[in-house]
Design a protein around this ligand. Structure first.
Ligand SMILES: *[C@@H]1O[C@H](CO)[C@@H](O)[C@H](O)[C@H]1NC(C)=O
Ligand SMILES: *[C@@H]1O[C@H](CO)[C@@H](O)[C@H](O)[C@H]1NC(C)=O
Ligand SMILES: *[C@@H]1O[C@H](CO)[C@@H](O)[C@H](O)[C@H]1NC(C)=O
Ligand SMILES: *[C@@H]1O[C@H](CO)[C@@H](O)[C@H](O)[C@H]1NC(C)=O
Ligand SMILES: *[C@@H]1O[C@H](CO)[C@@H](O)[C@H](O)[C@H]1NC(C)=O
Ligand SMILES: *[C@@H]1O[C@H](CO)[C@@H](O)[C@H](O)[C@H]1NC(C)=O
Ligand SMILES: *[C@@H]1O[C@H](CO)[C@@H](O)[C@H](O)[C@H]1NC(C)=O
Ligand SMILES: *[C@@H]1O[C@H](CO)[C@@H](O)[C@H](O)[C@H]1NC(C)=O
Length: 907
């Protein structure tokens, strides 16, 4: 029930609120100074009841929780159950930028739980780095932790997962400040933990709160039956004063002793030579042992390093650090000295750390500049995949996608940048001119604007510059910059290699056309002649990797088209496919919409901006940028665009069944009324499309013009939401949200948005509620030809729903054709959607769930009702609710109403 749901929403937020304040209170009493504990993919912040550590979600780093994997709890870590999985064709490293204090030492620990999926072949193997220093490998065949100790050199550190085999994943990150005993001036670098053993402890591992730094001391089972596990709880720890960071008392209170020798052997270390630091901690637990009574030698890899007599120092404890260079294996052995020693060796704890020399990061000035370039690009391309993959150090350990670096003077500098075909819009970032080490720059095949002159004046060392195929970039090449050592396309839309690949496409396409499609020779001629202009193609300039090779050799247009996302069409091409704009199929704020046919037979709708359009250049670019990134089966995809001669033309697939509005009360409705189950499945499809938008890339996209005429129906009556011209990102903290002018259509406009101008996804929810009412009632949202009290659909329907008189609002043409329970579900969702206060409205995901239920009830019940005759009536309580087990829609198209096989969808 939606009403129950409403109460739940409120109750849930109340509980969250309480938990949050509780969290703050506990936090202030517990001394976890400087701890940062991140649970990746967690839904909420929480406190681990056992360790009392406060955990936060990783939403500040990655907001999109679609790539999260549930992990079955393991033996040790039962408190969390998720891993974030990084799947991207573009990225090559994924970083968590963590705040640090300069010159403070830290321990950073990543936990990598692979779950079942990851264990399947081929599995994943990838590296982990602390800033530029690679410290270790994660292999999905085991759940693992990687821990590094480092000194912060600036006010943040990037903990990164690097591209490897399979997909990288991570479950949690812990950052702990340490006192400075681990790192001395000689060992500047990152110490990777190999082992940290609490000798003599056969019970549980020891960590925070017993260890104030939250190191994890591993309880160790020592195999030799002659060894003694000894412990003493009355030990005088205060008298022990090694200068090393002490293990906690509980760790020192247990020890492993042996009458002759103790041996710890590691044989699976890296096969390269590394320096290892061994921290050894000894505490005499036997009060009666005197000087000379327990003396033993410490060997590392068969070399005697020191002789230990713990009590010799005058304290009853001793700690030391030994270093060794080793590959593959490490052998730490303690042997009782032959003569004189009464007792055998003993050890309380030890740590083995592998020393990774610090890799100098990229020149800080260079980092500042490229961060500015990234941010300036991001302002106009907030969801650009390439930009979002620019994480961590720009050059090291691997450079950002589309950048290349060189070592210069002991640091790295950026020498190449190739962002061609990256769907970038907006002005050229001014900071590009500060990348003074740049030798090659390719910004071609984007939608950038501005003037190339400044780049040429500021970057004298540039040897290659491509900037063609940016329709809004000044495309003249200033003659004064012609020089022999500069390779440039002079702003023309033909860089050598791209011309090359375009020609290959044309060949494939022409072949495909000849074989598959018989079509007028004239169009083929246009295609092959203009072919190089037809496609926006990811091309390979100067050895940059091509993304997803197209299958050129297969003579099928369809395959070729599929491999290319958005096409740039020429004006001639558009005119040919629409037969000079012969068939007008609609008009909107943007301009006119014409019907056309592409050479491969695909029917398209061609939106042409009119000269008097209220929707301007800005909306055009807005829609272009959005649509190129958006793909969902319930959203109308963009096939291509044309902006020759300042024409603004968008090309979409033609939706053969028109709009929902037309089917509800337009001309199409007069021919044949839309039946209730179809209405329901259309509502569900549209809701899914909007849910996708609202959760897009973790940053909500708001449609701003949800209405029944923007919900289109394809040949199989599958709903597709159209018209993103007005879409906006939801305002975020720090945005100046007031600058948005109120947009939308009368009758659908959220009153709260209208009065406060505060835009949120809930405004779309309001409009969607109106669409639901249209679906139920078959009435338009505003009709001043009706009696005064029926002008507004919302005002007319609301009291009738509240008084349970829904028969009065249901469309007469579906009377008797619906199941009352399903109808009630929809009506109740609609009522919740049109709540005046947006806080009380559900979110789209909740609406989807409710509509899925309704559709299943409708479909199941139509069977049920056939057998039990009398249940056609309106008493919604008279029907036993079927038990509904919702399959999680992997493929959302599987709505029951459309479960018959669909004809192949043209692309
Ligand atoms: C602990 O050590 C201190 C200083 O060495 C000493 O004064 C004190 O008596 C010792 N306490 C016990 C219980 O051994
Ligand atoms: C421990 O520190 C003291 C002074 O703080 C110093 O005199 C002593 O040499 C140090 N011992 C070791 C083993 O570093
Ligand atoms: C480890 O070192 C000790 C002392 O040198 C030696 O006796 C022992 O054989 C070594 N163990 C292995 C497995 O190499
Ligand atoms: C390794 O240990 C030796 C003493 O055993 C010390 O002289 C040397 O400085 C250490 N090397 C490093 C890099 O810490
Ligand atoms: C990390 O975050 C800090 C601010 O907290 C920012 O100044 C810095 O540029 C970021 N670094 C990277 C490489 O993302
Ligand atoms: C390299 O470093 C030296 C001294 O640190 C400096 O004089 C020189 O200008 C640097 N060269 C470049 C190209 O940055
Ligand atoms: C340009 O290159 C020359 C020689 O290759 C070099 O000396 C100069 O420092 C470079 N200029 C910049 C701004 O990097
Ligand atoms: C680009 O800017 C320069 C000066 O910054 C100006 O001289 C030139 O005319 C501009 N070019 C275009 C095409 O606007």
């Amino acid at each position: 029930m939606i009403m129950g749901g409403l109460e739940n929403w409120n109750a849930r937020s109340l509980v969250n609120c309480c938990i949050f304040s509780l969290l703050l209170c506990i936090h202030c009493t517990v001394a976890q100074q400087g701890f940062l504990s991140i649970q990746c993919c967690s839904d909420e912040n929480f406190i681990d009841p056992i360790t009392t550590i406060s955990w936060i979600t990783d939403e500040n780093w990655y907001r999109d929780n679609r790539n999260c994997e549930d992990i079955r709890p393991g033996q040790e870590d039962t408190s969390y159950n998720r891993s974030r999985v990084f799947k991207s064709d573009v990225g090559n490293k994924w970083c968590y930028n963590l705040t640090t204090k300069r010159n403070q030492d830290y321990l950073v620990r990543g936990t990598f739980l692979s779950g079942d999926l990851q264990r399947n072949p081929p599995g994943s193997v990838f590296n982990v780095s602390v800033d530029a220093t690679v410290i270790g490998l994660v292999n999905s065949s085991d759940d693992s932790k990687v821990e590094g100790i480092f000194k912060a050199t600036k006010d943040y550190v990037n903990f990164c997962l690097l591209e490897g085999r399979g997909v990288p994943y991570i479950s949690k990150i812990e950052l702990r400040p340490l006192t400075s005993d681990y790192l001395n001036s000689e060992s500047s670098g990152v110490l990777k933990l190999i082992d940290r053993v609490d000798a003599g402890n056969e019970g549980r591992n020891i960590r925070y709160p017993l260890d104030q730094y939250d190191r994890i001391w591993r309880a160790d089972k020592y195999a030799d039956p002659m060894a003694n596990h000894i412990s003493s709880s009355s030990v005088n720890i205060t008298s022990s004063s090694p200068n090393l960071t002490n293990p906690p008392t509980e760790v020192l209170q247990t020890a492993l002793a042996h009458p002759e020798r103790l041996e710890f052997f590691y044989n699976n270390l890296d096969s390269e030579y590394y320096r290892y630091d061994l921290f050894l901690y000894f505490l005499e637990l036997n009060d009666s042992v005197q000087v000379g009574q327990r003396v033993f030698d410490v060997y590392i890899n068969d070399v005697k390093r020191i002789q230990v007599d713990i009590v010799l120092s005058g304290y009853r404890s001793f700690a030391t650090v030994l270093n060794v260079t080793a590959d593959r294996y490490l052998n730490l052995t303690m042997v009782k000295v032959f003569n004189g020693s009464q007792y055998g060796p003993v050890i309380n704890a030890f740590e083995i750390l592998q020393v990774h020399p610090l890799i100098q990061e990229t020149d800080l000035e260079e980092v500042d500049v490229i961060m500015n370039v990234k941010n300036e690009f991001l302002r106009y391309n907030p969801d650009n995949e390439v930009l979002l993959s620019w994480l961590g150090d720009p050059c090291l350990p691997i450079s950002w996608p589309r950048l290349s670096c060189e070592r210069a003077n002991g640091t790295s500098v950026i020498t190449k940048m190739n962002v061609s075909s990256s769907k970038l819009g907006g002005p050229l970032p001014p900071s590009i001119t500060k990348l003074i080490n740049l030798k090659e720059l390719d910004i071609s095949y984007n939608n950038l604007m501005g003037n190339i002159t400044e780049i040429l004046t500021s970057l004298p060392n540039l040897t290659t510059l491509y900037y063609g195929c940016n329709p809004r970039l000044s495309n003249g090449f200033p003659a004064s910059f012609r020089r022999s050592n500069l390779t440039t396309d002079e702003g023309k839309c033909t860089s050598q290699t791209s011309r090359h690949s375009a020609r290959r496409i044309v060949i494939g396409m022409v072949a495909g056309l000849c074989i598959l499609v018989s079509i007028s020779i004239g169009i083929v001629f246009i295609c092959s002649k203009k072919g190089k202009m037809l496609f926006k193609k990811k091309h390979d300039v100067n050895g940059y990797p091509m993304t997803k090779n197209a299958v050129y050799s297969v003579p099928s247009t369809e395959i070729i088209l599929k491999s290319i996302s958005i096409h740039i069409f020429t004006l001639e091409y558009i005119e040919a496919s629409t037969q000079k704009y012969k068939t007008l199929i609609g008009e909107g704020g943007f301009g006119s919409v014409y019907r056309g046919t592409l050479p491969d037979g695909q029917e398209v709708a061609v939106k042409v901006r009119s000269a008097t359009s209220t929707q301007g250049r800005r909306e055009f670019d807005n829609e272009l940028n959005l649509l190129s990134a958006i793909r969902h089966e319930n959203l109308v995809p963009l096939l291509g665009y044309c902006c020759d001669n300042d024409q603004q033309i968008l090309v979409y697939p033609f939706m053969s069944n028109g709009s929902l509005q037309d089917r509800l009360y337009g001309a199409a409705a007069k021919r044949k009324a839309l039946d209730w189950p179809t209405r329901l499945s259309i509502a569900l499809g549209a809701a899914r499309g909007l849910t996708y938008l609202h959760t897009f890339s973790g940053r909500s996209l708001i449609h701003r013009d949800v209405k029944s005429s923007n919900i289109l129906l394809d040949h199989s009556m599958c709903a597709k939401v159209a018209d993103f011209g007005f879409s906006k990102y939801a305002p975020q903290e720090g945005d100046s949200g007031t600058s948005l002018e109120v947009r939308g259509t009368a009758g659908y406009l959220d009153p709260e948005y209208y009065s406060t101008q505060h835009l949120s996804a809930k405004s779309d929810v309001f409009s969607f509620g109106v669409v639901l009412l249209e679906i139920v009632s078959g009435r338009e949202p505003l009709n001043i030809n009706r009696p005064r009290n029926e002008w507004s659909l919302v005002e007319w329907a609301k009291p009738r729903i509240r008084n349970s008189r829904i028969e009065e609002i249901v469309d007469p043409s579906i009377k008797g054709g619906y199941h009352a329970e399903a109808m009630w579900r929809v009506v109740e969702v609609a009522l919740a959607c049109i709540e005046p206060y947006s806080a009380y409205r559900p979110c789209m995901a909740d609406i989807v769930r409710e509509l899925e239920d309704a559709l299943i009830i409708e479909n199941n019940a139509s069977e049920y009702m056939k057998s039990i005759d009398s249940f056609g009536g309106s008493n919604r309580y008279s029907i036993e609710r079927p038990i509904v087990i919702l399959p999680t829609p992997v493929h959302t198209e599987a709505s029951p109403i459309l479960s018959q096989p669909l004809p192949p969808q043209p692309r």
